[in-house]
Write a protein that binds this ligand. Structure first.
Ligand code: NAD
Length: 335
C-alpha cells in the first residue's frame, strides 16, 4: 500500500525505514506539513501518515478523499487535529499510536520542573560566560511540596510513580479515576481544589472541548501565588495571553511549556535566520522563569521505535483488512 508520509524529519524517515525493513509498505516521504495547500501530494496514495501539527480539517479530508486516500495513520497518540466526524462520513479510517512511551513524556515533565526550580538552564549559560555567581538561582526543595496532576491516564500515572521518590504530596483530577494513580500514592480531589492547593500543576489530559483553555484567567486566580505550571500535553489547554498576564503580575512563578497553542507555524523548524512574527511566543520566551521547548517530550529512541512499529502495524492491518485495534472512532470524542 502506497503511503504518503507528511511532516517527515530525518529521524522519522530513519525509524520508519528500519521498522519497514522487509518492505511490506511503500513510503513516499514529504517534509511538508499537511494542510490544504499540500494535501494534493497524497495523489495516488491509499494511505497517509501524519503527525501532531498536520491539519486534518474537513476541507483537507475532502481533498485527500478526492485523491483516493482511505486511511490515515497518525504517528501520535492525540487525535485532536482530525475532524473525525467528517472522516467517518467520507469512510476514511483513522488509527493512532495510543501508547509509545509514557516514560518519555513523564520524565520530560519532571526535567522541566527540576530545571525551572533550580534554574540549571540559566546556570549553564552563566558558566559558559565565565559568570560563576549563583545569585538569582535560588530554588526550593521539592520534598514536602504539593504537585497537582490534571489527567491521570498512562502518562499521569507514570509521572506520579516517578514523583513517589521525591517525598511530595501528589494530588490528581480526572473525570475517570484510575486505581493505578491511587496505588502510586496520588489522592483524587476536585479540580478547583487541586488548583488552590498545588505548588506545581502538570497537565496530562487530552485536548477536548472540556479541557480547552483549562489554564484560563479565572483558574489562574484560583492558584497559589508563585505556582509552577507545566504543560507537556497540548498547547490549547492553556490560554497563553492569560498566562502572560499571570507571569507579569507574578501570580505564576514558573512556566514550563513543551507545547504551545500556535506551535504549528514554528515548532520543529530552524527559524534562527528569520524574524519570528509571533509576538506572544516572543514575549513568553523573554521571561527568565519560563522554559519553552519544541514539542520534544516524546522524543526518545524508545518512543520513536515504538511509534514506527505501531504505525506500520496499523498500516498493514488496514492493507490486509485485519481488525484495526488502534482505530480512532467518533465515539472516543465523548470519553
Ligand atoms: P491517556 O488517554 O492515557 O490519559 C489521559 C487522561 O486524561 C485520561 O485518564 C482521561 O480520563 C483524562 N481526562 C480526560 N478529560 C479530562 C478532563 N476534562 N480533565 C482531566 N482529565 C481528563 O493519555 P496519555 O497517553 O496519558 O497522554 C496524555 C496527553 O499527553 C495526550 O492526550 C497528548 O495530548 C499528550 N502527549 C504529549 C506528548 C509530547 O510529546 N509533548 C507526547 C504524548 C502525549
Amino acid at each position: 500500500m502506497k503511503t504518503a508520509v507528511f511532516s517527515t524529519k530525518p529521524y522519522d524517515k530513519a525509524f520508519l525505514r528500519a521498522a519497514n525493513a522487509n518492505e511490506h509498505l511503500k513510503f513516499e516521504f514529504y517534509e511538508e506539513r499537511l494542510n490544504h495547500h499540500t494535501a494534493a501530494l497524497a495523489q495516488g496514495h491509499a494511505a497517509i501518515c501524519a503527525f501532531v501539527n498536520d491539519t486534518l480539517t474537513a476541507h483537507v479530508l475532502d481533498i485527500l478523499h478526492g485523491h483516493g486516500v482511505r486511511f490515515i495513520a497518525l504517528r501520535c497518540a492525540g487525535f485532536n487535529q482530525v475532524d473525525l466526524r467528517h472522516a467517518a462520513t467520507l469512510g476514511i479510517k483513522v488509527a493512532r499510536v495510543p501508547a509509545y512511551s509514557p516514560y518519555a513524556v513523564a520524565e520530560f515533565a519532571l526535567a522541566l520542573i527540576l530545571a525551572l526550580n533550580r534554574k540549571t538552564h540559566r546556570a549553564y549559560n552563566r558558566i559558559r560566560d565565565g559568570n560563576f555567581s549563583i545569585d538569582g538561582l535560588l530554588g526550593f526543595d521539592l520534598h514536602s511540596s504539593t504537585i497537582g496532576i490534571i489527567g491521570t491516564g498512562k502518562i499521569g500515572v507514570v509521572f506520579a510513580t516517578i514523583l513517589g521518590g521525591f517525598g511530595v504530596k501528589i494530588l490528581g483530577y480526572d473525570p475517570l479515576p484510575h486505581p493505578a494513580f491511587t496505588a502510586a500514592g496520588g489522592t483524587y480531589i476536585e479540580r478547583d481544589e487541586l488548583f488552590a492547593r498545588s505548588d506545581i500543576i502538570s497537565l496530562h489530559c487530552p485536548l477536548t472541548p472540556e479541557t480547552f483553555h483549562i489554564i484560563s484567567e479565572e483558574n489562574i486566580e484560583r492558584m497559589k501565588k508563585g505556582v509552577m505550571i507545566i504543560n507537556t500535553s497540548r498547547g490549547a489547554l492553556a490560554d497563553t495571553k492569560a498566562i502572560i498576564r499571570g507571569l507579569k503580575s507574578e501570580h505564576i512563578g514558573y512556566l514550563g511549556l513543551d507545547v504551545y497553542e500556535q506551535e504549528a507555524d514554528v515548532f520543529y523548524e530552524n527559524l534562527s535566520e528569520t524574524i519570528i512574527q509571533d509576538d506572544v511566543l516572543q514575549r513568553l520566551i523573554s521571561f527568565p522563569n519560563v522554559l519553552v521547548t519544541s514539542h520534544q517530550a516524546y522524543f526518545t529512541e524508545t518512543a520513536l521505535r515504538n511509534i514506527a512499529e505501531t504505525t506500520i502495524a496499523n498500516l498493514i492491518a488496514c492493507k490486509e483488512e485485519a481488525p484495526l485495534k488502534n482505530e480512532v472512532t467518533v465515539g472516543m470524542l465523548h470519553h
